[in-house]
Ligand binder design. Structure first.
Ligand SMILES: [Zn+2]
Length: 245
């Protein structure tokens, strides 16, 4: 029996996920015969929680351990090098171009952009900077997305009901059967041709609620950069999720 046991590799444990703030992390379990206790670590890019599981410890117990380590994971994520906070000194892409967030004194006023110096100037109390930048980015996203949506709606001769700006991790935009469009605010971080493509895509769904050849024909007729934008999203799309609000 013993010998047989050693020949049969232990069944791999099915991965799980954990939602930390607004980031969905993958949890992977690794059986380790020599391990004495459950050990948790964060992957290099901070996108995965890796749990070492000693022999005889169940997946359920390992998962419970992960849940109990939530605050440890949160702290690690917040300090992780890959994550970008909306704090002075941090750089975020704005319409695809890196800009530095800079505190501009405690006097109240509007956020402004120095495009030449690539700086986002944020006046007001220092502790309010992240919140203000987040609100401003969402407002900018709304304005760009509304303009793009109106443009494509006119070109494709369709009407939409309303636009909402959300923080969806899994999709850039969506279109409901009742004609409501919703977009991720993170589209303000990507190059304009990519934002345009997402708007064209969702507006085209107002005519065709599928991804049929006629849907794609409609998108491509009005958005020549669609293929380029799709490729951009595939390669770089995840990077904008590093920005933590
Ligand atoms: Zn679609």
């Amino acid at each position: 029996m013993r010998r047989l046991e050693r020949l049969v590799a232990p069944k791999p444990l099915e991965p799980s996920t954990i939602l930390i703030g607004e980031q969905m992390l993958q949890v992977v379990f690794r059986r380790h015969a020599q391990a004495r206790r459950l050990v948790l670590r964060l992957s290099m890019h901070g996108t995965q929680v890796q749990v070492t599981v000693p022999k005889g410890v169940s997946r359920a117990r390992a998962l419970e351990f992960t849940e109990r380590s939530r605050s440890w994971i949160e702290t690690r994520i917040a300090h992780h090098g890959d994550n970008v906070l909306l704090q002075p000194g941090h750089r975020i892409p704005l319409r695809g171009v890196e800009h530095e967030i800079r505190h501009a004194g405690t006097r109240r006023g509007l956020i402004s952009v120095d495009s030449e110096a690539r700086v986002i100037l944020v006046p007001g109390e220092l502790p309010h900077v992240p919140r203000r930048v987040a609100d401003w980015l969402k407002a900018e996203a709304r304005s760009d997305l509304t303009a793009a949506t109106q443009r494509y709606a006119a070109l494709m001769d369709v009407r939409y009901a309303k636009i909402s700006i959300r923080d969806q991790r899994t999709r850039w935009g969506s279109c409901s059967a009742s004609g409501d469009l919703s977009y991720s605010w993170r589209l303000i971080l990507v190059p304009p041709h990519v934002l345009d493509y997402v708007a064209a895509h969702e507006v085209a769904h107002l005519k065709h609620l599928d991804h049929s050849p006629r849907f794609w024909r409609l998108v491509l007729t009005h958005c020549a950069a669609a293929s380029k934008a799709k490729a951009w999203l595939k390669t770089h799309g995840q990077t904008v999720h590093r920005v933590v609000i």
